[in-house]
Each structure stands twice: as structure tokens, then as C-alpha cells.
Design a protein around this ligand. Structure first.
Ligand code: DON
Length: 568
């Protein structure tokens, strides 16, 4: 067991909630550890922040289920991990219950009612992506609060007030920030000032350093309104009024009606077999599940294990598969409530296999020659994984898109809004923040959900819970989950290696392989020698994996962040 400790100065040992009606939450917000991996006998949580994982553990310890813990962790992340944790964004939740049923909840943001196809084009018809990425116009109508309410109505066993209480305490009483968070807040300080008319809690005159206390009073009050009135405490009343006032001050377009109209939706999960493993993942409006199923089906006939982990043959094969699947994503995928996505055809085994007919081993194709296959027929997100002592599993990915979203904090309400509108295709042929292209299928329309890559995933083996996997990373989410799945299912890696081994990524366009810094330099040379363009980039993903082997849960939080595990 490897533990990386952060010994924060003890500025006070807090036993929270002493004066509250809810049971005290014994979590020390000033003296906590980042636990990179551990094993647990009964239940486990892996999330992007140690305090959020602790909150999850606490709920599980009270007898709550993975779904109860997920709601508490989602709210805790909204406080302790403002880069991506949120109530001002959206996400997807994949649930597998102890009874053996699978469910997914779509709480993706929606375009406001007055959004329109060309809203980011200037008078010359050029896309102005600063507007889809920064400030008030970049936000879709947030979905997280409605999503958690739906999750609670469907699965909750504990009182909602108790699940949100730890987040309220963290916001109200504060917590010690990590060094990484301090750096992030300092890096975005200029934006926090530029995009806000009222100085948010994230701006500190002298700059932030590790162990400083972050108190978020406005956010605590917003969370209390949600605690009292449920989703209505967000989409109506005081919070809605504050959001709309913020929009008016900053030239945004979200209205009271948009907030009132927002609904989270249950969707049919994507479920498929991979060599005896049952994979359960998210369908549209996330492209994640469809693209993962396509890639897993394409790779099935090849002896990947024989090729060896990150051998030239394996990387060549995976890159060519990724290229083909992302071409289909670009062409066909969008919100299924608005566009007719040919899902059955895209998932037809004969079709998927035919995509590899022109694959010649060790001969890179060119993306300009690889088109979507059906012919004319037409940085910042976070993930957490939870397994409970009853046999339930939750895989949940949530986002405000960029780091700290649009950087707009709702004045008086204390939370960051997303810049998810950039996940639409502002104009065909114009790449978004993640270099992704899109077509009419993912164009902007009022009330439409922007296409996502988020891929919360669950795996069963012999009908029993086996793994919970997911990650942030924009367009690299899908290929990260693909690689993590193969690391476990093909290469039998321990969860720690499956998460932390170097990753690579190809997304059709631009036509190059992105690799992490730690990627084998010799292999890189070999790939270049056969004609690939290889480019180094910052970390790919921050993957949270729980894997059940021999009756024990291996829990891993990615080394690429402050990710941390907890459990029973
Ligand atoms: O939904 C999506 O695909 C993106 N908004 C995810 C953004 C993301 O993962 C950024 N994090 N690193």
C-alpha cells in the first residue's frame, strides 16, 4: 500500500455539525491524506479529492448505498474541487444495482431557449470561440442539481438533507486547499477578476498557497436552499434569481424559464459483451458508450495480448481503431432528442468489423482518407467510482468543461458556471477546445444537449461486479477508458498500473498521436519511423478505478492529480 501524505498544519480539529440536527460528520478538513491506492473488503470510493472520497466513505459507513454516497460526493466535489466538481455543470451517472439492473441518468446541460445555430459566428461568418469558451455566453443550463434529485428519487435510501450536509459544512467552515488547487486558483486569478462583476471567494489578494483555508459562504447558502427545497432551491426562487441577474450583468442568455424547464433524464444504458465481460456504459448524448463499443468490437478479433502492452503492433492497431471510431463520432453523433442518430447501424457488428477492412498492419492510414463509415445515409471534468457493501456500483462523470468552467461565479450564489456550449459544433469544420469537429448533428439548437465524450463505465464478470472506471480529459476520455479497459481485460494489469501507465490518444482529426511525457521514447521513434506524427501533450485523463479481484476491492486514484481513495 502506497500512501502519499499531505500533512496540513492543524488549524483546528473539527468535529462538524456539533450544533446541527444531523449526526456529526467526523471528517478533518485540515489534516487529511491523499491515498493513491488501497484495498478494501466491503466498499470503496475513488474521486478527484481526498475530502470528497472521505465524504463518500462516511455515507457508506452510515449504511448508505453507493448511490447515496454518489450524491454526497457530487455535492462535496462542488465545494472542494471547484475546477470541475460542480452544481453549475452537468454529467452522466451509470448505476448497476445489487438486483442486477443497470440504469443511466443524463444530467447534461442544455442550450438556453434563445441559443441558435450561428450564435458564435461573427458578421463575416467566422466562429468566435472565445464566446463559446469564456464568460457568460458559454454556459449551458446546468443539470447537476436536477440529476442528483432524480438519482435520489430513484435510488436514495438516506434522507437527502444528510447527503448534502457534508458539502454544506465544507463550504461554510472551510477546508485546507491542496498545493495543486492553490496553483490552479492563482493561475486563473485574472480570469476570475475579468469575468466577474463581484469578486468571488476564489480570489485572494496575496495569492493562494497550500493549506490556506477556502471558505465559500455564498455557496453554503445556495446548498442550504437546495437542502431545504430540493432542485427547486436551485432552478427556482432565490438561486434562479441570482443566476438570471448574473446573466443580465454579463450578457448571458439563461432565463428563469430555461432554469424551470430543465429536466434530467433516464436513458437506456449501452450494454455489450467483450469476451465474456459485460460492459455497461453511457449512451447519447454522450458519444462515449457508442465509441467505446465500436472500438472494443473492432479490436476483438486481434491477438492484442500477444502483441504486448504498448508494443508497436498494439499501438498501431489501437490508433487505427480510434481514428475510425472518432470519424463516425464526428459525423453522426448528437443529442438523440434532436437528431436521428443511426445507433443500430453504428453498433452493427458486421458494420463495425468492416471499418477495419482497409487496415494494413504497421501502415498508418491518413485521416483525410478515412471517412465516417455509413456513407450518405446519414479541461475540466471529474469522475468518481463507488462500490458499496451491498453490491451496488456507481460510475459518475461530471463537468463544467474547461478548468473552472466559464470562470463566471454566480454573484451571491458562489458557484461556477460551465462553458459547455463549446461542446457543440459552433461551425462545421471549426475545431472546438478539444480539437473535435462536428456536423449538423451537433449544431446548436434551443434546449438541445451538446455532444459529450464522458464515459462512466461499469464492468461485470461472470454476472458479478468487477470494475468501475471513468475519467475526465475532454476528447481523450473515450480513448483513456478504452485503454484502461484493455489494460485490465487483456493485459491483466493490477488496477494501479491500468490507471498509471502512460496513455496515448488519436481522435481522427487532427491526424496525429498524442502521447504523455512518460510514453516510451523508443516506441515513439518506431511509430514515427512508420509514418505517424507523434506529439507530446500534458497528462491524459485522471482515471478512477475500482476493481474486484479475489473478493477484494483494489481502489486507485490517478497519480496525475490529487485523486484519492477511501473505503471500508
Ligand atoms: O463532455 C465532454 O466531453 C467535455 N465537456 C468534457 C470536458 C473535460 O473532460 C475536461 N477535462 N479535462
Amino acid at each position: 500500500m502506497k500512501r502519499i501524505s499531505l500533512f496540513f498544519l492543524v488549524t483546528g480539529f473539527l468535529i462538524w455539525g456539533c450544533k446541527q440536527q444531523h449526526k456529526p460528520v467526523a471528517i478533518d478538513a485540515y489534516n487529511y491524506q491523499i491515498v493513491k491506492h488501497d484495498t478494501f473488503q466491503q466498499a470503496a470510493v475513488s474521486s478527484a479529492h481526498p475530502l470528497a472520497s472521505e465524504v463518500g466513505r462516511y455515507i457508506l459507513e452510515q449504511g448508505g448505498t453507493a448511490m447515496d454516497a454518489a450524491i454526497a460526493v457530487q455535492y462535496a466535489l462542488a465545494v472542494v474541487y471547484p475546477n470541475a466538481g460542480n452544481i453549475g455543470g452537468g454529467g452522466f451517472m451509470v448505476v448497476h444495482t445489487k438486483e442486477g439492473e443497470s440504469y443511466t441518468i443524463d444530467f447534461r446541460e442544455k442550450a438556453p431557449g434563445s441559443a441558435h445555430r450561428d450564435m458564435y459566428l461573427d458578421s463575416l461568418g467566422n466562429a468566435d470561440l472565445t464566446k463559446s469558451q469564456d464568460g457568460h455566453l458559454a454556459s449551458g443550463v446546468p443539470g447537476s442539481v436536477a440529476g442528483m434529485e432524480l438519482a435520489h428519487q430513484k435510488f436514495g435510501t438516506m434522507e437527502f438533507a444528510k447527503l448534502i450536509q457534508p458539502a454544506i459544512d465544507l463550504a461554510e467552515k472551510g477546508f485546507a486547499i491542496t498545493e495543486r488547487e492553490a496553483k490552479g486558483l492563482n493561475r486563473y486569478r485574472k480570469d476570475f477578476i475579468k469575468y466577474n462583476t463581484q469578486t468571488p471567494a476564489f480570489v485572494k489578494e496575496q495569492g493562494w498557497k497550500a493549506n490556506d483555508t477556502l471558505i465559500q459562504t455564498d455557496l453554503a447558502n445556495t446548498l442550504k436552499r437546495i437542502q431545504k427545497d430540493g432542485a427547486k432551491g436551485f432552478y427556482e426562487g432565490e438561486t434562479a434569481r441570482l443566476i438570471v441577474e448574473e446573466m443580465k450583468r454579463g450578457g448571458g442568455i439563461i432565463t428563469e424559464q430555461d432554469l424551470k424547464n430543465y429536466i434530467a433524464q433516464e436513458r437506456i444504458p449501452i450494454v455489450f459483451d467483450y469476451k465474456g465481460y459485460e460492459i455497461i456504459t453511457m449512451g447519447l448524448p454522450s458519444s462515449g458508450g457508442l465509441v467505446i463499443q465500436q472500438m472494443m468490437e473492432m479490436i476483438k478479433p486481434y491477438p492484442l495480448k500477444e502483441y504486448g502492452f504498448q508494443s508497436k503492433e498494439a499501438v498501431n492497431l489501437m490508433v487505427e481503431i480510434e481514428r475510425r471510431a472518432y470519424a463516425d463520432r464526428t459525423e453522426y453523433m448528437g443529442d438523440p432528442d434532436f437528431v436521428d442518430v443511426p445507433v443500430a447501424k453504428l453498433l452493427d457488428t458486421t458494420y463495425i468489423r468492416s471499418r477495419m477492412n482497409d487496415f494494413v498492419p504497421l501502415k498508418p492510414s491518413k485521416s483525410e482518407h478515412i471517412k465516417a463509415g455509413l456513407g450518405k445515409e446519414k479541461e475540466e471534468t471529474t469522475h468518481f467510482s463507488i462500490i458499496d457493501q451491498y453490491g451496488n456500483m456507481v460510475s459518475l462523470t461530471t463537468t463544467i468543461n474547461g478548468n473552472y468552467g466559464s470562470r463566471v461565479v454566480v454573484g451571491g450564489a458562489g458557484f461556477l458556471l460551465n462553458n459547455e456550449m463549446d461542446d457543440f459544433s459552433a461551425k462545421p469544420g471549426v475545431p472546438n477546445k478539444f480539437g473535435l469537429l462536428g456536423t449538423e448533428a451537433n449544431s446548436i439548437a434551443p434546449g438541445k444537449r451538446m455532444l459529450s465524450a464522458m464515459s462512466p463505465t461499469i464492468v461485470k464478470k461472470d454476472g458479478k461486479p468487477y470494475a468501475v472506471i471513468g475519467t475526465p480529459g475532454g476528447s481523450t476520455i473515450i480513448t483513456s477508458v478504452f485503454q484502461t479497459l484493455l489494460n485490465i481485460l487483456e493485459f491483466d494489469m493490477p488496477a494501479y498500473d491500468a490507471v498509471n501507465k502512460p496513455k496515448f490518444h488519436h481522435q481522427w482529426m487532427p491526424d496525429l498521436i498524442h502521447v504523455e511525457k512518460s510514453f516510451d521514447p523508443e516506441l515513439r521513434k518506431e511509430l514515427e519511423a512508420i509514418g505517424y506524427v507523434v506529439k507530446e501533450r500534458a497528462n491524459i485523463g485522471r482515471t478512477e478505478v475500482l476493481l474486484i479481484r479475489n473478493g477484494v476491492i483494489e481502489a486507485v486514484g490517478d497519480n496525475r492529480g490529487d485523486d484519492s481513495v477511501a473505503g471500508l
